[in-house]
Ligand binder design. Structure first.
Ligand code: AMP
Ligand code: ZN
Length: 114
């Protein structure tokens, strides 16, 4: 999807601060961090929202969540805690329509979210 921002980041057409990549995932720093750690984990393949997932994507989603936990652990946030968020569509505030997992940590995060 040449018009998709995160497809273009995955392709290297738009710069990002990559923190991890493999055959199926790329992780990079959020450009507008909401916490000392704010990383986005995205699949290389284009999927617009969580509504587009099927059972075939279960291993991919598992890899995304486990990678989020590994990044948090690498940064020393495993024991203290961190948050993972998938926003889906307008009411959740999704602005980039390429599935991404937010990984936030390094400050006390309130609940419920806004
Ligand atoms: P969401 O609101 O869940 O769709 O999240 C989109 C996220 O993408 C926001 O946290 C933005 O700050 C982030 N973002 C937008 N453009 C870029 C970019 N060029 N590089 C890194 N993160 C971005
Ligand atoms: Zn995309």
């Amino acid at each position: 999807m040449s018009s998709c921002l995160f497809c273009r980041i995955v392709a290297g057409e738009i710069p990002s601060k990559r923190v991890y990549e493999d055959d199926e995932l790329v992780a990079f720093e959020d450009i507008n961090p909401q916490a000392p750690m704010h990383v986005l984990v995205v699949p290389r393949t284009h999927l617009a929202t969580l509504n587009d997932l099927s059972g075939d994507h279960d291993p991919l989603v598992g890899s995304m969540v486990r990678r989020a936990a590994a990044i948090a652990a690498d940064r020393g946030y495993a024991a203290g805690g961190f948050r993972t968020v998938f926003n889906c569509n307008a009411d959740a505030g999704q602005t980039v329509f390429h599935v991404h997992l937010h990984v936030l940590g390094g400050r006390r995060l309130s609940w419920p979210p806004g």
